[in-house]
Design a protein around this ligand. Structure first.
Ligand code: NIG
Ligand code: FE
Length: 400
């Protein structure tokens, strides 16, 4: 048999993350062939003929799917080092938020920045993710909190995808905090989101998200946002049960959300709702660690119910100023007791599912995009086990 392709990676050890194979879907002495940016062959290095390709000898290195960071707030202005110091003095995240700091402090810095300035400020953060093998990144708005401000963030996020070889999924998070102009009438801001911002963002956003929390929006308000999103054909996600249990996960599940994210305070009922709806649980150990949260998400329950668990950096200036997926995997293992296999699934095929992209990315399967991370490691556990160590040797995005 002769297989026409553009490029071949030989002599590699593959962690395919193919869901039809057990564990990480390992293939020793594996070979990958790509054509037109897609995977044309993934399997043993047999005697098949590959027609006219560029051939790369991987010398036994490991190849995983390119990593998927499915939850970030990567685009923002300013930073919140001052708040970090306040929190070291004992002030809580909620107290800072209620006194006009937190998300609103980043909103002020973000509103003051132009689209070009936001791109420039965000590129170094994006580059840190790419340096650890990320080939798809989700980027939320949520620091503009006005029509123009939110669209500016979504455009900046899309522009980042034009600056670097990476797939960017954009998410409208206008329902992140109530901006000062609407402080006296939060429901009017929800009206602006539903009637003006969502319709205007249809071509710039791949999904709609919200923050369901006492310091943000109620389930009734989020329900209005979801109803508008769905009327405009946009899929949904939700920041749910991060600081308290509001029933956000059940609400998200009822609306068929792609994911419910954070979930420290998720209960049985919420978990069952996620299971029934096939909604992905996105866990964010960076935010858990950085806010010194003591209630961990119910990983054993999620596992028991077979709910897909994704992991992400949650890169943001307030609760997770973090750009290392490898460190997030280590935190998920040490803080949440997730296994190596679960951690790697979390940053690959479960992350892809949380973005509605299971058909194109997240595992090494014929027909999917040829997005690869090539690692100088002895075994996959090295990616989770070592801290502050980056063994990436190459990153391939759409076959290049
Ligand atoms: O994912 N929870 C809300 N949103 C972010 C924090 C944003 C911020 O503090 O700037 C999060 O933790
Ligand atoms: Fe977040």
């Amino acid at each position: 048999m002769t297989i026409a392709c553009d490029r071949v990676w030989r002599n590699a050890r593959l962690a395919t993350l193919d869901p039809t194979l057990p564990g990480l879907g390992v293939i020793e002495k594996g070979l990958i062939a790509a054509k037109d940016g897609r995977l044309r062959y993934v399997g043993p290095d047999n005697n098949a003929n590959f027609d006219g390709p560029e051939s790369i000898d991987c010398e036994g290195r490991w190849i995983t799917p390119g990593l998927v960071d499915c939850h970030t707030h990567l685009v923002y202005g300013g930073n919140r080092a001052d708040e970090f110091e306040k929190r070291l003095d004992g002030v809580s995240y909620e107290e800072i938020a209620r006194s006009g700091g937190g998300i609103l402090s980043t909103m002020r810095a973000t509103r003051a920045a132009s689209e070009a300035e936001l791109v420039e400020a965000s590129l170094p953060r994006l580059d840190r993710l790419l340096a650890e093998g990320v080939t798809t990144v989700e980027i939320k708005s949520g620091y503009g909190l006005s029509l123009d401000g939110e669209l500016k963030l979504l455009r900046a996020a899309r522009a980042l995808g034009d600056c670097r070889p990476v797939t960017v999924s954009t998410t409208l998070l206008a329902a992140h905090a109530v901006p000062p102009e609407y402080r006296a009438n939060p429901d009017a801001y929800v009206g602006l989101i539903c009637d003006t911002i969502i319709p205007a963002a249809v071509r710039l956003a791949d999904a709609v998200d919200g923050f369901c929390e006492t310091i943000a929006f109620s389930t009734a308000q989020i329900e209005r946002v979801f109803t508008s999103a769905k009327a405009h054909g946009l899929p949904i996600k939700l920041h749910a049960e991060q600081l308290s249990n509001q029933g956000g996960a059940a609400l998200a599940a009822r609306h068929g959300a792609w994911s419910a994210d954070h979930l420290e305070y998720l209960d049985q009922e919420g978990a069952r709702a996620l299971q029934k709806a096939g909604t992905v649980a996105v866990l964010l150990p960076g935010a858990f660690y950085f806010t010194r949260e003591t209630t961990a998400p119910p990983v054993a329950l999620l596992r028991q119910l077979g709910i897909p668990i994704a992991l992400a950096t949650d890169c943001n200036p307030g609760t997770s100023p973090l750009t290392s997926p490898l460190l997030v995997m280590n935190m998920a293992a040490t803080l949440f007791r997730m296994t190596v296999t679960e951690c790697l699934i979390g940053f690959t095929r479960a992350g892809a599912r949380a973005l509605g992209r299971s058909g194109e990315i997240g595992s090494l399967e014929v027909g999917k995009n040829c997005d690869l991370a090539i690692w100088e490691i002895d075994q996959p556990a090295d990616l989770v086990y070592r801290m502050g160590f980056n063994p990436l040797v190459a990153r391939v995005w759409r076959g290049q």
